[in-house]
Design a protein around this ligand. Sequence first.
Ligand code: DGY
Length: 323
Amino acid sequence: MAPALPRLLATRRLPQEVETRLGAAYQAQFNADDHPMSEAEILEGAEGKDALLITSMDKGFATGIIAKLPPSVKIIATFSVGHEHVDIAAARSRNIAVTNTPDVLTNATADITLLLILGAARGASWGERMVRENRWDSWSLTEPLGYDVTGRRLGILGLGRIGQAVARRAQAFDMELHYHNRRPVAPDLALGARYHADLFDMLPYCDFLSINCASTPETRGIVNEKLIAKLPRGAIIVNSARGDIVDDDALIANLKSGRLAAAGLDVFRNEPKIDPRYRSLDNVFLLPHLGSATRDTRVDMGMRAADNLDAFFAGARPRDLLT
Ligand code: DGY
C-alpha cells in the first residue's frame, strides 16, 4: 500500500498551478473562498495536519499560536520572504521546521520600489485622482509640481537581495547610491554605492531613502523623528519592506509639515487596517502591499514553498529552512 500523503492546510487561496501541484502530492485543505482565517480557525484546521502553508497576513504565529499547534504539525512554510510574523524560536523549541520563499520575489519587489520612488516624487496619486475626479481643467506650468528623480541621491537601508536589485534599477536613473547595512557587501554587489557603517552618517546624503531591510527587533521603529530630522529637507521616503520599521506619527507629522516632500508606501503597520491619517495626505503614494503581486511571482513563490515542503517530506533539508 502506498504511504499516506502528508496532510496540509493552506491558510489562503493559492495560484491555481500551485494548488494543482500540492493537491496531487498532499491531502490538502485549501481556503476556497480566500477569507482571512482567524487564529481559532487556523488551530482547528491544523488538527491532524503535518504541514501549514501560511502567509505574512496570518496573525498569531509571532504571538503564541505555535505553542497551541497540535503535535501533528511538523513544518510551517510561509508564502513570503519576510518571516517576522513567525516566532522562529518557538517553532524550533517545538521541533517544527519553518521555511520562507526568498529570491523569487526580488525583481517584483524592486520594481515596486521604483514605482514608489517615481509615484511619490512625481505625484502619481494626486495626478491620478485629479484625472479620475474630473478636476483636470487646465495644464498649469506652476502647480501642482513633483520632484526630479534622475541624478538625485538614493540611500538604501538594507542592501540585501532586494536592495541590490533596487540599486541596479536606480543606476538607470543616474542616481548617486548610498547604503547602510550591518556589514558592507562585496563591491560587485554594491554597484559603487557608498557604504555607511553608521546609518545616521548616510542620512544627510539621502534625497530619497528606500527602506529595504527586514523587520527585526533592531529595525522596528527605526525610521523615527530622530532619523527623519537628519534627512535633507524635502527628502522622500519609500517603504517596500515592512510597515513596522516606520514610526507612523513621525512620518505623518513630517509629511504634514512639508519637511519631507513625499512618501511612497507599499507596506504598513497593522495592514490592511492602516493608519487612516495617510488617506488624507496628498503627498503620499499608497499601494496595498503589491511588492510581490505579479502572477508569475506569486506562482514562483508558491512553487518555492512547495519545493520546501516536498524536500522536507522526502527527508531532505529544505532549501529555505529558517529553523
Ligand atoms: C514577502 O514575501 O515578505 C512579501 O512582503 C509578502 O508578504
